[in-house]
Design a protein around this ligand. Structure first.
Ligand code: AMP
Ligand code: TRP
Length: 328
């Protein structure tokens, strides 16, 4: 069975974008791949985090993984900071990364271009840590949203560089970006990514939003004056985004939805999207509450950590031997 790995940072509340672009795929793949999913809390601290909030977001993320349908019997779910090998291999890979290639990473480039101050060294080197996350587990595939593809490509470069220099050590991973839903856009500015860090709460749907509030956000989503329900990302980004959301949550192909709405207006269409989102969140939150009160979260992480640690440890030992750290 091929191996697959991915992670999400426990920063802020998870959005519908995280679900459609990432978690939904983890769940879909867990039957056909050996799946590893982790909480990227070491990546979270590349920007300052409040201690209490970080703890809450971490627990919530684990519970939401489970509520979204990840099954700990099939997928290994673990906490990054509990496996110290991530930091160890991360450092070794930082020492094999060039400043120039890290400077080309979009996230860092955008922040510096905006003139942001207080950018940490961790934010700059974090793609190398992400490479360690992936290479520790010999992952064949890494399902991510389109914004993360660049980091998986860097991971491939680092793995090839290391293999060439020290001999075959790492599996070269491939990014896996879904066709529909790789990028969900803000409901208020459909040219921008729906993001946890959006200042306008009306633009994002949080997985823990009151279902009624979420429905209202859909009803007030920015559209256009063309008046035809069709997929046209250039001229109708808002409607196209809603089509993507509806299709992702129901499985109905976009073309079929468009066909159903021939000759109908945006009002009916938005109502349907609003209802589907309402139902989806209601069911998800019911499961989330059960999971949080059942105390299962701790056990899932303990079991997942144990499995992950074993694999990561073996890989780091191999790497240390290759580079000359092991002298006896
Ligand atoms: P982040 O929220 O940046 O930690 O992202 C976690 C995962 O969710 C990554 O695989 C992202 O690519 C994915 N993701 C985040 N926001 C979106 C979005 N608006 N649309 C699609 N995927 C997303
Ligand atoms: N950098 C990713 C994000 O911001 C999270 C992440 C960290 C990740 N390590 C990873 C994703 C390894 C896939 C594989 O969303």
């Amino acid at each position: 069975m091929k191996r697959m790995l991915s992670g999400i940072k426990p920063t802020g509340r998870l959005t519908l974008g995280n679900y459609i672009g990432a978690i939904r795929n983890f769940v879909a793949y867990q039957d056909d791949y050996e799946m590893f999913v982790f909480i990227a809390n070491m990546h979270a601290i590349t920007v300052p985090q409040d201690k209490a909030e970080l703890k809450k977001n971490t627990k919530d993320l684990i519970a939401l993984y489970l509520a979204c349908g990840l099954n700990p019997e099939k997928a290994t779910i673990f906490l990054q900071s509990d496996i110290s090998e991530h930091a160890e291999l991360g450092w070794i890979l930082i020492c094999n990364s060039y400043i120039g290639e890290l400077q080309r990473m979009t996230q860092y480039k955008d922040k510096t271009a905006k003139g942001e101050t207080g950018i940490t060294a961790g934010l700059f080197t974090y793609p190398s840590l992400m490479a360690a996350d992936i290479l520790l587990y010999d992952a064949d595939f890494v399902p991510v949203g389109v914004d993360q593809k660049q980091h998986v490509e860097l991971t491939r470069d680092l793995a090839e560089r290391f293999n060439n220099r020290f001999g075959d050590t790492f599996v070269i991973p491939e990014p896996l970006v879904t066709k529909v839903g790789a990028k969900i856009y803000s409901l208020q500015d459909p040219t921008k990514k729906m993001s946890k860090s959006d200042e306008n709460p009306k633009g994002t749907i949080d997985l823990l939003d009151e279902p009624n509030v979420a429905r209202k956000k859909i009803m007030s989503a920015v559209t256009d004056s063309i008046g035809i329900v069709q997929y046209d990302i250039e001229n109708q980004p808002g409607i196209s985004n809603l089509l993507t959301i509806l299709s992702s949550l129901t499985g109905e192909p976009i073309n079929d939805i468009v066909h159903r709405y021939t000759g109908k207006g945006y009002g009916d269409f938005k109502k349907e999207v609003g209802q589907v989102v309402f139902d989806f969140l209601t069911n998800l939150q019911l499961r989330y509450k059960e999971i949080i009160s059942s105390g299962v979260v701790e056990k899932v992480i303990q079991d997942g950590n144990e499995k992950a640690r074993h694999i990561a440890h073996k890989k780091v030992m191999k790497v240390k031997k290759k580079i000359g750290f092991q002298i006896f």
